[in-house]
Structures are given as structure tokens and as C-alpha cells.
Ligand binder design. Structure first.
Ligand code: CA
Length: 230
């Protein structure tokens, strides 16, 4: 989860500052917009990994931004509401916010919510039923039935091996580093040993490579991570 970009949309400098501080300490990259228009200007050019958004903002409020944004992106949104009014929370969630936090809140709690929403988003991405099958040089991966065949033969993969293979194979030639793979495949459990990825890659190679010691599909990019070569 390290290095993910969070956009904070908050007009109150003291709150924006404290939230930025805690998120940066948790190794997130943080961008701050002080009003609705600044947020839109940023979002026209960048899509962050998550948005923490105040509802009451000058120019354009958090509901307006969410409505506008949901037509173009499913980026996770956590709303900050200073009102006790339940209507605000319901409106926010109906418009497509993923979670809300009521002011005043503990910054540490907000960081936990951010992590939880990001984990959920990563999970949804992997499990999305619209996921397309991948077929490459005799290897076929079907995300719906979660089955893998090699030259017509069924392969038996564990759940994590399958998720890892599908994630990499559905993004051919894209290099994934270990942290990205840990986040997206093991996101639910915080304290996984990073060597878990290495072990799973080795097991996958034994199953999908003709010669696991000189792989042609699941390639190591030295010093960076792994990629799938179709
Ligand atoms: Ca405000």
C-alpha cells in the first residue's frame, strides 16, 4: 500500500495539515486541494488512488465533486462530514462515496479507514466478474471459473497462486514490484512476509513454465519485480 496517492479535499488548513501529516507518516503520497474547483482541476489531470473529501467546501461541495467524478472514475472516496446529520452520510454513500468519517475524528482512525477502503478496492479489482479470460501461447486463464489450462491440461493452483497469475497475466509486460503484488493479492492480511511473493512465483513457474529455471512467461525484472510476457 506504500506510495499510493491520496487527494485531500479540505478547506480548513488545520485539518488538511494534520490529515496530510498522518497519511505521509503512513507512507502515502499526499496532494491537497483547498476547494472544489482546485480538486476538479487536479482530477482532470490525475486520478489518485483514493480521495479524502470534506462535504462543506467553497465553490463546489463534496457532493458536487462526487457526482461529477463518478461519471468518469470509480476511485475510492472517503467523505468527511462535520454535520451530525445522517442525511449527509446517506447522500454521500448514495452518490458513490465508499465510506465516511464524522468530524471531529482521530487522524489515526482516518488512516485505518483509508487502508481498509484501499484493500477493499484492490480486492474488488481482482474479483470483478467482468474480468476477461487471458490466453497466451497454450496457457489459458479463466477468471470466472478460476481455472487454468496449459496446452489443454488443467492445472491445479491455490487461490493466491491463481490471483497472482491472473493479476500479472492480465497486464502483459507490465512490471509489478513486490509491494504492489502483496497489496493486491494479499491485501487483507497486513503482516505477510515479502518472501511470500518469491515463493508463489517459484511455485507458479513449476506449473506454467516448460523449464522453471529459465522462465519464458513469468519473468523476473532484476531489482524491480515481475512481469508476464505473452
Ligand atoms: Ca469544510
Amino acid at each position: 500500500m506504500k506510495g499510493k496517492t491520496i487527494l485531500i479535499v479540505e478547506d480548513e488548513p488545520s485539518i488538511a495539515e494534520v490529515v496530510s501529516l498522518y497519511l505521509k507518516r503512513a507512507d502515502f503520497k499526499v496532494h491537497h486541494a483547498g476547494d472544489g474547483l482546485a480538486a476538479m482541476a487536479y482530477l482532470e489531470k490525475h486520478i489518485p488512488d483514493l480521495i479524502v473529501m470534506d462535504i462543506m467546501l467553497p465553490e463546489l461541495d463534496g457532493f458536487g465533486i462526487t457526482r461529477w467524478l463518478r461519471e468518469r472514475s470509480q476511485v475510492p472516496i472517503i467523505m468527511l462530514t462535520s454535520r451530525r446529520d445522517e442525511i449527509d452520510r446517506i447522500t454521500g454513500l448514495e452518490l458513490g462515496a465508499d465510506d465516511y468519517v464524522v468530524k471531529p475524528f482521530s487522524p489515526q482512525e482516518l488512516v485505518s479507514r483509508v487502508r481498509a477502503v484501499l484493500r477493499r478496492a484492490a480486492q474488488t479489482e481482482i474479483e470483478t466478474p467482468a474480468a476477461q479470460p487471458v490466453s497466451s501461447g497454450g496457457l489459458s486463464i479463466d477468471p470466472l471459473s478460476r481455472s487454468v489450462t496449459l496446452d489443454g491440461e488443467d492445472l491445479t493452483l491455490t487461490a493466491k497462486e491463481f490471483e497472482l497469475l491472473y493479476l500479472i497475466a492480465s497486464h502483459p509486460n507490465q512490471v509489478f514490484n513486490r509491494n504492489q503484488l502483496l497489496d493486491r493479492v494479499w491485501g487483507e492480511s497486513e503482516y505477510i512476509d515479502p518472501s511470500t511473493v518469491t515463493v508463489h512465483v517459484r511455485r507458479l513457474r513449476e506449473k506454467i513454465e516448460d523449464d522453471p529455471s529459465s522462465p519464458t512467461r513469468l519473468i523476473t525484472v532484476w531489482g524491480v519485480g515481475y512481469k508476464f510476457v505473452p
